[in-house]
Design a protein around this ligand. Sequence first.
Ligand SMILES: NC(=O)c1ccc[n+]([C@@H]2O[C@H](COP(=O)([O-])OP(=O)(O)OC[C@H]3O[C@@H](n4cnc5c(N)ncnc54)[C@H](OP(=O)(O)O)[C@@H]3O)[C@@H](O)[C@H]2O)c1
Length: 375
Amino acid sequence: MKNSRRDFLKAGALGAAGLAAGGVAAEATGQLDKLRPLKILVLGGTGFIGPHMVSEALRRGHAVTLFNRGRTDRQLFPDLETIIGDRDGGLDGLKGRRWDAVIDNSGYVPRHVQDSTRLLSGNTDFYLYISTISTYASFATPNDEDSPLATIDDETIEEVTGPTYGPLKALCEKRARAEIDADRLAILRPTYICGPGDHTDRFTYWPVRTAQGGEMIWPGGPSYPTQIIDVRDLANFTIDCVEKTITGTYNTVTPAGSYTMGDLLADSQAVTASSVDAIWVDEAFVARAQEQNPEQNRGIFPIWHALSGDTAAVSSISGARARAAGLQNRPVRETIRDLMRWWQTLPAERTAVLKAGMSSAFEAELIALWKQQNG
Ligand SMILES: NC(=O)c1ccc[n+]([C@@H]2O[C@H](COP(=O)([O-])OP(=O)(O)OC[C@H]3O[C@@H](n4cnc5c(N)ncnc54)[C@H](OP(=O)(O)O)[C@@H]3O)[C@@H](O)[C@H]2O)c1
């Protein structure tokens, strides 16, 4: 039944009263119980994306408990209750406790997700699992949430590597669905998560390298698409899901086709007030460069994918369902601006060597080779 205008006004007034009392600014969803501050358990909570979710939940007046091993950024939230434990067989601290919602952003191993969902199913109204777009079986054509998922022959494998990460996350989803009813479960599938706090340097490479100026290699061409999700947009949508009981599976990405490598170059130059001499190299050259890459553990063209074969549509994932449910994407230029502000606060030893992208020596080598081959 649709809400009447009276119901809407009533809910609005309650919302305002809740805000004045430091409560939650819930929308008129008709779920008046959600106007109260919620008790949220975050599995993880430190690291990269967790702190943004925790901060957004606290900003909206909710009470947050963290569960982690106490290894990462221990001092980040000294005022919050932290239950120390390991998802690998160490969930005892969660027993006998109740939360309105659980946000699971540290589940990589199916057994761990099965254990936590099984244990918490009776102790929470809502469970949100952070998955990934890497769950899809193929990227040859654009995926939506109903596309086939990757599988793994041996489902007992627990080692998370490049090839097993996606299939294991797909299995994690499956285990979560087996334990939590669909009307209490949300699964979010982010693509590359970017913004302040990103410890991978994959997106960061592009503006940071651009800021250095000079000749710079760019892959493919300016019209090649790329897709990200700003960590703050993901956090906002996560807490929206919790507050409004938004269930189901959602790709969390910038709109397909809305952003290109050329845009990334232009925004990086604008934000860093720099100018590079961009050398766009074609896919064949990129492929050879990747083969010859002396730094095999680094992605030398991070967040970029060839528009051919099985990567053709990595950057064309549909985010329509999440946007219809309320996901809002800020302009990528804003992500770059805030990322660079954060980057400048880091100690010199952290920023001296990027963890992704190519070294200046290898880039110089590639530029020389490109010029030699292309006049
Ligand atoms: N980064 C991306 O671009 C990206 C893209 C798509 C999806 N994702 C998903 O995003 C999620 C989080 O990513 P992130 O980069 O924020 O991770 P992260 O920085 O590694 O943080 C992981 C958090 O989980 C805790 N944790 C790790 N292992 C644990 C264990 N065995 N038991 C208990 N707590 C544990 C860590 O704290 P302690 O070390 O103290 O235990 C930390 O709080 C993952 O599910 C990932 O698959 C990431």
